[in-house]
Design a protein around this ligand. Structure first.
Ligand SMILES: Nc1ncnc2c1ncn2[C@@H]1O[C@H](COP(=O)(O)OP(=O)(O)O)[C@@H](O)[C@H]1O
Ligand SMILES: [Mg+2]
Length: 289
């Protein structure tokens, strides 16, 4: 774990020159949670559409290599996935598909997948293509999957900002804290954005945030920024069954209004999201090496 953290930190602190042409103000946000089922994918998909509706160019990268399902929530049937790129069979351009409101999606691949088995050349060409893609985007949202595997931490370290999703369930709070603790202890992030999902009341959401903030304030050196609250709403399940994002089909539902609020917070940079601090592609190639 310590070695891994060291590698990730090196990757974060790599002082390579960033050519000005490499990035515009693309903001790369990793969305993670300690535990599965917290609502990461629902958030990523609907937030991407909300940002796109505000005129932003958005790309989703489905990096949940265990349970990739961004495409399903968007009602898309991708012909190719990230897997085909890593296998060297397709270019990223051939894999990216367009969803609601013009969002771009790099579909993920589920199943047994060993990053180590991917030839370096493939990884390098993926990173190169990602780099040119990133140049076109305002936001890249990465659905990292749950937990604290190497790959999840690697994506978090490569991104500019990390957004942790928790629910008010005690286990979700504990697991959310666990991931924040790792980010802090190994100095992978200086701040995290917190979203409380499936709240049944504002008080419940505030209590959940307060619990994490109190423990983190006492034991960790990391800033926790409340980015927003998403209420529990049966519209989410209904929309998933209909394979249509709720923000598209039920724009006036409570949960859509909650997402729009979060999109406003991000787009207007109300809480000081990092801009242009990292070189995602470079860090990613270090990660994939
Ligand atoms: N705000 C919400 N209200 C009600 N149900 C929700 C909400 N957010 C997510 N869910 C439900 O939780 C389940 C897991 O959501 P998902 O986005 O797939 O989580 P993750 O990607 O973190 O595993 C889904 O079945 C979804 O319907
Ligand atoms: Mg998911």
């Amino acid at each position: 774990m310590a070695d891994q953290a060291e590698n990730l930190r090196n990757l974060m602190g790599s002082k390579r020159k960033i050519s000005p042409a490499t990035r515009k103000n693309t903001r790369i946000i990793a969305i993670s949670s300690g535990k599965g089922g917290a609502g990461k994918t629902s958030l990523v998909v609907n937030l991407a559409i909300a940002l796109s509706q505000k005129g932003k160019k958005v790309m989703i990268m489905d990096a949940d290599l265990g349970m990739a399902n961004v495409d399903i929530m968007l009602g898309l049937v991708p012909r190719y996935t990230l897997y085909d790129v890593l296998e060297g069979k397709k270019s990223l351009g051939e894999v990216i598909i367009t969803g609601y409101d013009g969002i771009n999606v790099i579909p993920g691949c589920s199943g047994i997948f060993e990053m180590e088995n991917v030839p370096l050349l493939q990884k390098q060409s993926l990173v190169k293509e990602l780099e040119s893609c990133a140049r076109e985007m305002d936001f890249i949202l990465i659905d990292t999957g749950a937990g604290i595997s190497n790959i999840v931490l690697g994506f978090i370290a490569a991104a500019d900002d990390v957004l942790i999703v928790i629910t008010p369930e005690p286990t979700s709070i504990t697991d959310g804290y666990a991931i924040i603790k790792i980010l802090s202890k190994f100095k992978l992030s200086r701040k995290v954005y917190l979203v409380i999902n499936m709240a049944t009341s504002m008080q419940e959401a505030l209590d959940s945030a307060h619990k994490i903030e109190t423990v983190a304030g006492r034991y960790l050196d990391i800033e926790i920024i409340r980015l927003g609250v998403i209420n529990f709403d049966n519209t989410v399940k209904k929309a998933i069954k209909e394979m249509t994002p709720f923000i598209f089909k039920y724009p006036r539902s409570q949960v859509s209004r909650d997402i729009i609020q979060i999109a406003d917070n991000i787009a207007e940079n109300k809480f000081g999201f990092s801009e242009n601090h990292s070189n995602f592609a470079r860090k990613l190639i270090n990660l994939l090496r």
